[in-house]
Design a binder for this molecule. Structure first.
Ligand code: CU
Length: 362
């Protein structure tokens, strides 16, 4: 064991910044004489977030833009969105897919004007910014996306967040991070990002294990207050052109036989249930049921699942399997919610991409 001078307590372990990785490595060749050398060299150079353990350097990088979008046509509320480019920002934002073991660096560019953020602020002393906070995967304080940790982005600036999809390790007792999660702002308006959520700064995350079934399409279904699906309800929740449906946040469409994945997220203050007509799924991590015997018999098959604020789950179904094409309702089964417009459709086309005659318009 190394001797430590009494006058200076051992420095806390400080992982290296990945951005400074190459520079630090060069410096280390010259200065690394003991375990303390690593900490002091990194301490000077750290500018990007510290890494979660197991995440030495990013396997992949991506850019994310926070943008102001046109106001809600029904309510006039401010709308914000994330996008992989400034032009593609939407609510929900892009689905971010990871595989267990992967380390992802996401650089968030806040292009929302400070004047807009000021309108959403409920406390005049609250800082103006946007952040990225994620559920399920691992991150350090510097990637928490909160005000108290200073991990948010003022207007016109950028910041890199590091997410680590920790692997399952039965020996160490770590359950892994595979699952259906979500990301969202945590600073717009107040310390909980309530106005960021209300304005559209959220999106889905899926962490897969190697070998998981891959979907043909993924849709994100965010159930929120005012009986909204992705902040919309009624006709605004389903804007499919019946003759040329284009998949998107307000048009859920698939061909018969396609594997369709849903990422379901609860925001706001209300409880909901997520119900899809004509399709059912296994109540497992993926919604898919494999294997034999008791594990199969003991797994419920469901077509309706309870969703509370902050919850997320996912599932995969084969579109139209044994039930055929048609306009399949997708709605909250709390009756006063569906009656108020918390309802949309999964439009299942035939194998040729057509809605067969006789199915009418919804
Ligand atoms: Cu509901």
């Amino acid at each position: 064991m190394e001797a430590t001078p009494q006058s200076s307590p051992p420095a806390p372990r400080r992982p290296r910044s990945w951005r400074a990785y190459l520079l630090v490595e060069a410096v280390l060749l010259a200065v690394l004489v003991g375990s303390g050398g690593l900490a002091s060299a990194a301490g000077v150079l750290t500018a990007a977030p510290e890494q979660p353990e197991g995440c030495q350097r990013p396997d992949r990088t991506m850019q994310l833009y926070a943008m102001e979008l046109p106001r809600d046509p029904e309510t006039g509320q401010i709308r914000l969105g994330y996008g992989t480019s400034a032009e593609s920002a939407s609510y929900p934002g892009p689905t971010i897919e990871m595989v267990e073991g992967e380390c992802l660096a996401i650089t968030l560019h806040n292009e929302v004007p400070a004047t807009t953020l000021a309108q959403l602020r409920t406390d005049p002393n609250h800082p103006l910014g946007v952040s990225l906070h994620v559920h399920g995967v691992k991150y350090t304080q510097q990637s928490d996306g909160t005000v108290h940790s200073g991990s948010f982005v003022p207007s016109g600036q950028s910041r890199t967040y590091l997410w680590y999809a920790q692997k399952r390790n039965p020996e160490a007792g770590t359950p892994g991070t595979a699952g259906y999660w979500w990301y969202h702002d945590h600073v717009v308006g107040n310390a909980h990002g309530t106005q960021g959520l209300n304005s559209g700064l959220f999106g889905g995350v899926v962490v897969r294990r190697p070998g998981d079934p891959r979907p043909d399409r993924t849709y994100v279904s965010v159930f929120g207050d005012r009986q909204t699906i992705n902040l919309r309800r009624g006709a605004a929740a389903d804007t499919c052109d019946p003759y040329n449906p284009q998949p998107g946040p307000t048009c859920l469409v698939a061909r018969k036989g396609e594997r369709v994945e849903f990422i379901v997220i609860g925001i706001g203050n209300d409880m909901h249930t997520w119900h899809l007509h004509g399709h059912s799924w296994a109540d497992t991590r993926t919604g898919v049921l494999t294997g034999e015997g008791a594990a199969v018999d003991n797994t419920p098959i469901i077509d309706n699942r309870t969703l509370g604020p902050g919850d997320s789950f996912g599932l995969q179904v084969i579109a139209g399997d044994s039930v055929g094409p048609g306009h399949w309702m997708l709605h909250c089964h709390m009756q006063f919610h569906s009656d108020a417009g918390m309802s949309t459709m999964l439009h299942v086309l035939d194998e040729n991409g057509q809605m067969p005659p006789g199915h009418g318009h919804h």
